[in-house]
Design a protein around this ligand. Structure first.
Ligand SMILES: *Cc1c(COP(=O)(O)O)cnc(C)c1O
Length: 805
């Protein structure tokens, strides 16, 4: 569809009149946003309907990506870009007297996720549509997204994220597609005359799952897929059971918040119900769709793939079994074969404490039929494999043990594919964490290194660089991220090198402005912008970063005229509300910032800026302005990481341990163009095996570490009596779980190396260029194409569209 500026302007004026009964010149940015959103929706409406019809009539195999988190951020600009009308709309608005950016600011971030996991799901949605792949998302429409973070006296305070307050222009409520979901009560199996068993439910409850669909617009390819999020309602038939306000509220709480507080029983019940709720609604609606195709159920895997993103949707396995057994009357063997062929699973963590488990009693109480089926899957698994493997191995891999249901085990046993998210991660799964499963199912394991949607993380968020790329290597990189490689030809071109630096400078000026507005801290765009943005977690080691900053501070205090490259250390991070250690680190960074930023001796050589409320939109502001990308997790702990990819794509130099995808980044750019430090994964495991890590010893041997750590407990950093002691104890008394002290010296040397490289201006520019040129490899487009071919067996649809266009 060709949309001209003229048509667009007329449409805006007309619709504003209809919706708000006013002239466009009187409209507020908020009103303009809503009208613009609804206009944009009409631009993809036909393609959305058509895409779905094509899938149906051509019986295209589709994948359904089940994820308890999606983190798309704002969608207006992304939709405009993907529709190919970003410039038309921007210019049209300018002519009407408005700025697109002001209007864009009105949109609230859709933050239905915590961090990497949800962001990955959203990058995949963008890439699946942009690659013309038939795929849909399936998740939960939380009334409140991830909390809004504020700092009060340096402490994190959590405020509700009321993202739906002004309505959500993008979603379409589809009442007619609602699904009933059953939970609670008792179930027993009643034999029928023909010998089959039929479940009879007593005292169970029904809730209504109503889908809200959001268009996932492909990049200039006419493909529009669907993200389907489910919201809970009370079914008309059950109205009488919910008499009191309390009863209703309890039910409505089900899709109220992302991560109910799981430190209490009530929160845990809600969480498990949430998982079943979106799984059951999703799988039921998929089977309903499949039945429309009039094909034998045994061929389901030729039409449907279901992806289990982390273990939260692992109940897809028993739910599919339930439907096939109880509602479609298949035999166990038939149902199991179909289920395993349809399902695939991604593991996102190696930390065993993060592997999800549910107490048997809770599962039995809330989801009795699910529990029966899981028990039977477990029983058959044990029976089948105990013939071939030792009893211990079977015991370690079975689903139900020690009174708990092990969700990862369920997902692996019930699917045909288990993948890790970076080479190192997958190797660790095969060799250590899931080794027992690898012995039984070697063919099921595979790697799919994570990726990012380069459209959002470069085209939209870094226009100065994007324009420079267009000028230097033409525009094909916008369609084919691998073409960024063409930039490599300019590695000796002084004009291009300085232009890259100028683009970066421009972005740094913009970020400095934002920092001034939001924190009142003045930073110089000539300083090194050293960025660590990610969830606050002990394993990610924001603490290591802080220890180094303190070391620099004490160096300055000891030698007031010390020559050093000025640095701005920028943090963005939320801590889980119940994670007190992570909150202590936030408080300590904030107090250290107060101390250093206001110390006249420092003379602007050091600044610490901790920006509030890290989210996708803030990431889009920070990343284009970053010089240094801090990826300093303890080797073996970060499954992949994706902010490492976003930052390299924007020309930041990576300062990293050999962890997650950092290893693949090093391989892509070459070891001269990345700064690596710290223990390797083998060295970390050697400590585990020998059990000889000794943090106290390291402390006692290093005057520098003593000086830095003592600052936590001797009042040097003010107002952290409690937090400082907690952190100090974690290192010294509890032996430093993430080897922060062991990597400290190596990290300081690496930081020194960063400074030297930065001082060699041309060298720095070249490294920056090489990072950009080699970031195409980490496009999520490639990642989803690998999933499509190896795991889902789905094919792009626009092969034929291209011909008919
Ligand atoms: C990319 C991204 C993440 C993931 O960051 P990691 O450093 O890979 O953990 C988390 N949150 C947001 C908002 C992101 O954009």
């Amino acid at each position: 569809m060709k949309i001209t500026k003229k048509v667009f302007k007329e449409e805006m004026i007309q619709r504003l009149k209809e919706k708000y009964a006013m002239d466009i010149s009187d409209a507020t940015p908020q009103e303009l946003f809503h009208v613009l959103g609804s206009v944009v929706k009409t631009y993809y409406a036909d393609d959305w309907v058509q895409t779905w019809k094509d899938y149906l009539t051509e019986e295209t195999k589709q994948v359904y990506y089940f994820s308890i988190e999606f983190l798309p951020g704002k969608m207006l600009k992304s939709n405009l870009l993907n529709l190919g009308i970003l410039d038309t709309v921007r210019d049209g608005l300018t002519e009407l007297g408005f700025s697109l950016d002001d209007i864009v600011d009105q949109e609230k971030d859709m933050a239905l996720g915590n961090g990497g996991l949800g962001r990955l799901a959203s990058c995949f949605m963008d890439s699946i549509a942009s690659c013309g792949l038939p795929g849909n998302g399936n998740g939960i429409r939380y009334d409140y997204g991830l909390f809004k973070q504020r700092f009060v006296d340096g402490y994190q305070v959590e405020l509700p994220d009321e993202w739906l307050n002004n309505g959500n222009v993008w979603e379409v409520r589809k009442e007619s597609k609602a699904i009933d979901v059953r939970f609670g009560g008792d179930v027993y199996m009643m034999p029928l005359a023909d010998g089959r068993l039929k479940p009879v439910y007593e005292n169970s409850r029904l809730i209504k799952a109503v889908p809200y669909d959001t268009a996932m617009v492909g990049y200039q390819n006419d493909v529009v897929n669907t993200l389907r999020l489910w919201s809970v309602e009370i079914p008309a038939s059950e109205e009488s059971k919910y008499r009191s306000l309390e009863d209703r509220r309890e039910l409505e709480d089900l899709t109220a918040v992302l991560y109910p507080d799981d430190s209490n029983e009530r929160g845990r019940r809600i969480r498990l119900l949430q998982e079943y709720f979106f799984v059951s609604a999703g799988v039921q609606s998929i089977v309903r769709y499949f039945k429309k195709l009039n094909k034998p159920l045994t061929t389901m895997s030729q039409s449907i793939a279901i992806h289990i993103n982390d273990t939260h949707p692992a109940l897809c396995v028993p739910e599919m079994m339930r439907i096939l057994l109880d509602e479609c009357d298949l035999s166990w063997e038939q149902a199991w074969e179909i289920t395993v062929k349809v399902m695939s699973y991604t593991n996102h963590t190696i930390m065993s404490e993060a592997l999800e488990k549910w107490p048997i009693e809770l599962m039995q109480d809330l989801l009795p039929r699910m529990y029966q089926i899981i028990e039977e899957i477990d029983r058959r698994f044990v029976n089948q494999y105990r013939k071939y493997y030792e009893a211990d191995l079977i015991e370690r891999t079975r689903i139900i043990r020690n009174g708990q249901v092990h969700m990862a085990n369920l997902a692996i046993i019930g699917s045909h594919s288990t993948n890790g998210v970076a080479k190192l991660h997958t190797d660790l799964l095969k060799n250590v964490v899931l080794h027992d499963f690898y012995v039984i199912f070697p063919g099921r394991f595979n790697n799919k290194t994570n990726g990012i949607a380069e459209r959002r993380w470069l085209q939209l968020s870094n226009e100065p660089l994007a324009k420079l790329l267009d000028k230097t290597i033409k525009t094909s990189w916008r369609q084919k991220p691998n073409d960024l490689h063409l930039l490599q030809n300019f590695v000796e071109d002084d004009a291009v090198l300085s232009a890259i630096e100028e683009a970066k400078y421009k972005n740094k000026v913009a970020l400095a402005q934002y920092i001034k507005e939001t924190t009142d801290i003045v930073v110089s765009p000539n300083a090194i912008f050293d960025v660590q943005i990610k969830r606050l977690h002990a394993y990610k080691r924001q603490l290591l970063n802080l220890l180094h900053i303190l070391k620099l501070y004490f160096d300055i205090k000891a030698k007031p005229d010390l020559q050093m490259e000025p640095r701005v250390f920028i943090f963005g991070a939320k801590a889980a509300p119940s994670y007190s250690y992570a909150k202590a680190i936030i408080k300590t960074i904030n107090e250290t910032a107060q101390l250093i930023n206001n110390d006249p001796d420092v003379k602007d050589r050091l600044k610490i800026v901790f920006l509030e409320n890290y989210n996708v939109t803030l990431a889009e502001r920070i990343i284009p302005a970053a010089d240094v990308s801090e990826q300093i997790s303890l080797a073996s702990k970060e499954a992949s990481g994706t902010s490492n990819m976003k930052l390299m794509l924007n020309g930041a130099v990576t300062l990293a341990t050999l962890d997650g995808a950092n290893i693949e980044i090093r391989d892509a750019v070459g070891k001269e163009n990345i700064v690596i430090f710290g223990l390797t994964e083998e060295e970390v495991y050697a400590y585990y095996h020998a059990q000889n890590y000794n943090a106290l010893g390291i402390y006692e041997d290093s005057p520098t570490i003593q000086k830095v750590l003592n600052a936590f407990i001797d009042g040097t950093i003010p107002n952290i009596q409690f937090e400082g002691q907690e952190i100090f104890d974690s290192l010294i008394k509890y032996n430093d779980e993430f080897f922060v002290l062991r990597d400290f010296d190596s990290y300081c040397l690496a930081q020194k190396r960063i400074e030297e490289l930065y001082q060699d201006k041309r060298r720095w520019q070249q490294i920056s260029l090489i990072n950009i040129a080699n970031a195409g490899k980490f496009s999520a487009d490639h990642t989803v194409e690998r999933y499509a071919e190896d795991i889902w067996q789905i094919e792009p649809v626009f092969a034929h569209k291209e011909l008919t266009r």
